[in-house]
Design a protein around this ligand. Structure first.
Ligand code: BGC
Length: 908
């Protein structure tokens, strides 16, 4: 019986579904060939792009017809047709030929719209109110002038009425702000995104969003409106609060263009210009770090609809658009992705209540209140409780994350929308009525990145660790990958992102998110070629310049990771210049191939549990060699073979310099720290003959620490992978299951619901770490997630390959686990892997999508006795890298479900 043809599904352009704004050079198409049965594969594809669906169906006047392309590629297909028109809409479809040459039907059509011409496409001016005289009410009440209150001003409300005198065929709103905007059309909110347009270095590039607003327009009078707020542009960002906000500019501004197309082909633009009027409304201030204050009695009801009397409104201040490029947002929108009900409420008196949501999250509260006018409801947010049960806020530093509402009376929704809080607990005061009956919801807010990975095991604490890792990602991936979401920091630290990038990809489809942020990284690069420590870059106290080891190196590691995980060669082409400039900087400043100079703000092995004894030039040189090795691969991918050869030569020079300086003849690595061994082994800086020796010494260092880890951000991600690849999976499990501090399990057992910034964020003896640096939601140590997926579950790729076409499925059972399973939704479709150990038998089950091949490698004490479901013996036997005295049974499989079983691994 022949299998039914494949179905190309899940069509995406630039990593998104039907994007409304995409730069022409980012148009790369992808689909997933779906189908049942085993051994299914795509042998060829054909993509067709047309300016509209009619022509697409008729195969007429096509913009691009790829013709039949013999290839198993189903992602990263660069558009190669006629030049795409700015603002143009295109529709496309794909069909595929399967392993026996049977062609599929055409896919359902998908679409994309090209961004506007960055210079000629814009006719609007920036509008705003300038810096208003009107002062916000000090959050602390009367008293000495509060510098924060002085910096905060009401959010401008902006409106423009206009007529539509004909039916509307379609309409698009192109909109952005310096600051944040919420656009409204005829009383309705446009789109479901928050904190738009997101954070970039606004002096270099400004993102905008495009919305289909066809259904929001009516014939007659219409009103286009917006509320704008300070956001990253004019509000408090980072930790130099003396700046009193206003990092980029003094006050927020809006830029918008509404394009209305009529059936007769005529078009009308409504743009931001001097015809708009402005006023203040209920939002007395709104700041990302400090919070929001609303005076609901001051809301000009109906202001965003036709018929409102705006005669008292002021003319706006209008400013020429300027030359900063306006770029269609390549990333996923920030949205409310989940709502959570309180888990418990503790009342201190009638006035003050602490609500526990049971989960450290990022977002805000929505409270429906019903009471008299003039009540002052105050909501403070914190990650933890102090010993006396009150809200713990010391670790927020100067961030206030406090929302206040003066009620207008009756049933009202109290909810901020231009701020963000990191919290598990909220302290509510001033709310009328019985708190137990109140309608209180936590709204979880972050970049809405599709989930990709699942994990489940026989150990509930490990499942909780997995969820904590994902929550850490959710709470911190907010337009940029930030370090933390609660204190006065929340910055795009490159080091943290680099350490966590691979885990991030397994957890969620971060392809579009990192595509956006890697532009920020390029924007932040210094003229010297050094990558900055932060992107977007900010001039902060103690954080000037760039080039810090493991931080700057993110500029190569993260794009490489995107290629590895998504097969995204576009990202490598796009940033190849920036990456080579970085490599040139390193070589120019370190001519003897030891990276000892220009280490910038060297954070070294940041936040390891003890003293950081790893020599900074050791860590720096290791990362340099690693970068050279990755660059050689990258240069090959982008077709620069001369550069590839150059980077291979560089790699061997740096490697020898490293070996000369830091590796002794007996395999000792200078300083003997775990991180020194981990980097030397992971980054292949130790000769083949000495690897086993060095790995034993790493184990010795772990044992000397009482079977505890001592790694900080520089080494942590590679610790368990190195142990497993050098035959010490048993030690990896020992660290994983270690219950006492420092360990992952310790955090979980101490009640963490996210990943802490520091191994000792809280201890029973001492309580919290220093409030000056103790975030309870920092994802870097969550980089152990990579080992859970790649090693414990065994969902990995053959070395040297990218984009999940050639899988290496090699589970590493061990520790006290009797089973584990999980799925990774790759660009080729979902890969499921699960194992159980019972009695002396090991069973391994995988489920693979079409269009992948896999070598399944199962460790066993008697590998020759492992059988597949049909009773076939292994294709071959090999030595198992995870445990030196074990073997693995090797099978080769394609799509479909497969099961293998046999005698259990006795060691590991
Ligand atoms: C941040 C980190 C960051 C580091 C740089 C800290 O304040 O929270 O996560 O990478 O500074 O050393």
């Amino acid at each position: 019986m022949t299998a039914p043809p494949l179905t190309p599904a899940g069509l995406r352009c630039a990593h998104r579904v039907n994007p409304l704004g995409v730069a022409p050079d980012r148009v790369r198409l992808a689909w997933v060939p779906e189908g049942t049965g085993t051994g299914r594969a795509q042998r060829a594809y054909q993509v067709v792009v047309a300016p509209d669906e009619m022509r697409l169906r008729a195969d007429r006047d096509l913009s691009w017809d790829s013709g039949r392309v013999e290839s198993s590629c189903s992602a990263d297909i660069a558009y190669m047709g006629v030049p795409l028109a700015p603002g143009g809409r295109y529709t496309w479809k794909v069909r595929v030929w399967d392993e026996s040459g049977v062609v599929s039907s055409w896919s359902e059509p998908a679409a994309f719209e090209v961004e506007l011409d960055r210079t000629d496409g814009w006719h609007a001016s920036w509008i705003g109110q300038g810096r208003t005289q009107e002062r916000a009410t000090p959050p602390n009440g009367p008293g000495p002038v509060d510098p924060v209150a002085r910096a905060l001003t009401p959010a401008p409300y902006l409106r423009r009425a206009f007529g539509v005198d004909k039916p509307v065929a379609s309409a698009r709103l192109y909109v952005t702000a310096l600051g944040l905007y919420e656009a409204r059309l005829n009383g309705r909110r446009v789109g479901d995104g928050f904190l738009t347009p997101g954070w970039t270095d606004y002096t270099q590039r400004i993102l905008y969003q495009t919305y289909d607003v066809t259904d929001l327009l009516t014939e007659g009078e219409n009103v286009l409106a917006a509320v704008i707020a300070d956001g990253w542009y004019a509000g408090f960002v980072g930790f130099d609060v003396k700046w009193a906000g206003a990092r980029y500019g003094a006050a927020p501004e809006l830029l918008a263009q509404l394009l209305i197309l009529h059936p007769d082909g005529s078009r009308v633009w409504i743009v931001t210009d001097e015809r708009w009027r402005s006023s203040a409304g209920a939002i007395r201030h709104a700041d990302l770090l400090m919070g929001e204050r609303h005076d609901l009695a001051r809301e000009p009801h109906g202001w965003d609809r036709a018929g409102f009397d705006a005669s008292g409104w002021r003319p706006v201040r209008c400013r020429e658009r300027g030359g900063t490029p306006l770029v269609a947002d390549p990333g996923p929108p920030i949205r409310v992705t989940e709502e959570m009900a309180p888990r418990s409420i503790a009342s201190f008196d009638d006035e003050r209540h602490i609500v526990d949501f049971g989960q450290n999250l990022t977002g805000w509260l929505r409270i429906t209140s019903d009471g008299p006018a003039g009540a002052r409801v105050r909501i403070r947010h914190g990650e933890a409780l102090a010993a006396d049960g009150t809200l713990y806020t010391e670790n927020l530093r100067t961030a206030r994350q406090t929302d206040e509402f003066t009620t207008g009376g009756g049933t009202e929704v109290l909810e901020p929308r231009f701020t963000l809080h990191g919290f598990r607990y909220a302290e509510i005061s001033g709310l009328a009525g019985d708190i137990g009956q109140a309608d209180i919801t936590a709204r979880v807010v972050h970049s809405d990145i599709p989930a990709a990975g699942t994990f489940e095991s026989s150990q509930p604490w490990l499942d909780r660790l997995f969820r904590n890792i994902d929550w850490g990602q959710r709470g911190n991936f907010i337009s940029v990958p930030t370090d933390c979401p609660q204190r006065d920091e929340r910055l795009g630290w490159l080091g943290d992102a680099q350490v966590f990038a691979r885990t991030a990809c397994y957890n969620r489809d971060v392809s579009a998110f990192f595509a956006k942020w890697l532009d920020d990284v390029a924007d932040a690069q210094l003229d010297s070629g050094a990558f900055a420590d932060l992107a977007p870059r900010l001039d902060l106290r103690n954080v000037r310049g760039g080039g810090a080891p493991a931080w700057g190196d993110a500029g190569v590691i993260v794009p490489w990771t995107m290629w590895k995980m998504y097969g995204d060669t576009g990202i490598l082409h796009r940033h190849f210049g920036a990456m080579t400039a970085w490599m040139d900087f390193l070589e120019r400043t370190n001519p003897d191939y030891l990276r000892a100079r220009e280490l910038g703000n060297s954070y070294n092995d940041w936040l390891g549990p003890g003293d950081d004894d790893t020599p900074p030039e050791l860590l720096a040189t290791a990362y340099w060699a690693h970068g050279a090795a990755l660059m050689a691969e990258i240069a090959d991918v982008v077709g620069q073979s001369d550069d590839a050869a150059g980077y291979r030569a560089l790699w061997s020079k740096v490697r020898s310099a490293f070996a000369d300086a830091f590796v002794a003849a007996d395999g000792q690595v200078a300083s003997g720290t775990q991180t020194a061994y981990v980097l030397a082994l992971h980054m292949n800086l130790i000769s083949e003959e000495l690897r086993a020796e060095a790995a034993d010494r790493l184990v010795g260092a772990i044992q000397a620490a009482g079977w505890h880890l001592t790694t900080g951000y520089g080494g942590v991600a590679h610790l368990l992978p190195v142990l497993s690849s050098t035959g010490h999976t048993d030690v990896a499990y020992r660290l994983l299951e270690q219950e006492s501090m420092p360990s992952w399990r310790y955090m979980v057992q101490a009640g963490a619901t996210t990943i802490w910034e520091r191994w000792d964020g809280w201890t029973a003896e001492r309580g919290f770490q220093s409030p000056w640096m103790n975030s309870l939601n920092h994802y870097a140590f969550g980089s152990v997630g990579e080992w859970l997926y790649r090693f414990l579950l065994g969902i990995d790729q053959e070395p040297g390959t990218a984009g999940f076409g050639q899988l290496l499925l090699r589970p590493h059972p061990g520790g006290s686990l009797s089973r584990a399973s999980g799925t990774y939704r790759s660009v080729r479709g979902p890969v499921t892997s699960g194992w159980t150990r019972s009695g002396d038998r090991f069973t391994y089950q995988v489920q693979l999508p079409p269009n992948v091949s896999a070598s399944v490698r199962i460790p066993s004490a008697q590998a020759a006795e492992i059988r597949d479901a049909a009773g076939n013996p292994p294709a071959s036997l090999a030595s198992f890298p995870g445990a030196r005295d074990a073997q693995e049974a090797v099978f080769h499989v394609g799509s479909g479900a497969h099961e293998f079983s046999g005698p259990e691994l006795t060691r590991g």
